[in-house]
Design a protein around this ligand. Structure first.
Ligand code: BJW
Length: 234
């Protein structure tokens, strides 16, 4: 039995933001049914055709700025869980949107980067990016053009904050994966990594096929608040 003093790691994926109006990647009608990931989500794609990659991320950044896109009950429930949790707590999101922070989460790591941040491939500095990027965008740090890219993690690149994530996984006694298909590593391996030391829980629209001690299935706005409630009322 785990309690509010134990270490907790929450991993979220695109499914948690689906009911906020953002598409997932691998569901029918998802992002990868509309564009080939090889064309937009690899460093090679950016080197080959930066205009195409910018157009893809500019459209998603504009969608995120739409006032209709807002945190939902699942994002809010996790922010509330963080407020009442007494032990070590870490929310690791694979999502590049900012809905967790808008819901009030603080102990949060974006392992696949953030859509509203740009990075210069020349000088390495990062900057807020609330407007479109292009090959003509000058770096606010070094002034050079042609090197500004979305600060997201593409296939073949190293996910962010892995040391802090590994440390939290090492000490956690409860691990929950929410709204992720478990298709992309290293996140897809986290549950197996903690198995035996931590209780593992999956909250998803439907079973992902991964091995978990417990699963609750349905839309995130239902199952996440219910699960949080079940933890905090004990
Ligand atoms: C709902 C719902 C609702 C729907 N309510 N639920 C073996 C080991 C290690 C690495 C590899 C390996 N084999 C291959 C690799 C390399 C590769 C990889 O994993 N490839 C796989 C395809 C096999 N990984 C990498 O290249 C990563 N880097 C790396 O490994 O570096 C080396 C390293 C090694 C060891 C340790 C550390 C490092 C980088 C991966 C970068 C992924 N980037 C993307 C794009 C980011 C930018 C962007 O957003 O455009 O990240 S790809 C895309 O997939 C995005 C997501 O974050 C990621 C995960 O997707 P997610 O969130 O799971 O979404 P879906 O659509 O797949 O699933 C949605 C789920 O929600 C479904 O289950 C639905 O049922 C559910 N759902 N509606 C609740 N309403």
């Amino acid at each position: 039995m785990t309690g509010l003093d134990d270490g907790l790691v929450v991993l979220t994926g695109a499914g948690i933001s689906r009911e906020s109006g953002l598409a997932t990647f691998r569901d029918p009608g998802g992002v990868w049914s509309q564009v080939r990931l090889e064309d937009v989500a690899t460093p090679e794609a950016f080197a080959r055709d930066p205009g195409r990659v910018h157009a893809f991320y500019n459209a998603r950044r504009r969608q995120l700025a739409d006032p209709a896109i807002a945190p939902n009950a699942a994002h809010r429930a996790l922010a509330e869980l963080e407020r009442v949790w007494r032990g070590p707590f870490l929310l690791v999101t694979q999502n590049v949107d900012d809905l967790h922070e808008r819901a009030g989460s603080v102990a949060l790591l974006h392992m696949h980067g953030r859509l509203r941040v740009s990075r210069c491939i020349h000088c390495g500095t990062t900057h807020g990016a609330d407007t479109d990027l292009s090959v003509r965008t000058a770096c606010p740090g070094c002034g050079r053009t042609g090197g500004m890219r979305p600060d997201v993690v593409w296939f073949g690149e190293m996910p962010r904050e892995m040391e802090r994530i590994e440390a939290a996984l090492d000490r956690c006694r409860l691990f929950v994966a929410i709204g992720t298909s478990g298709s992309v590593y290293p996140a897809a391996g986290f549950a197996a990594q903690v198995r035996g030391r931590a209780r593992t829980v999956e909250l998803n629209l439907e079973p992902s096929g991964g091995r978990f001690d417990e699963g609750r299935y349905g839309p995130a706005t239902g199952v996440v608040p219910e699960w949080v409630e079940s933890l905090t009322r004990r």
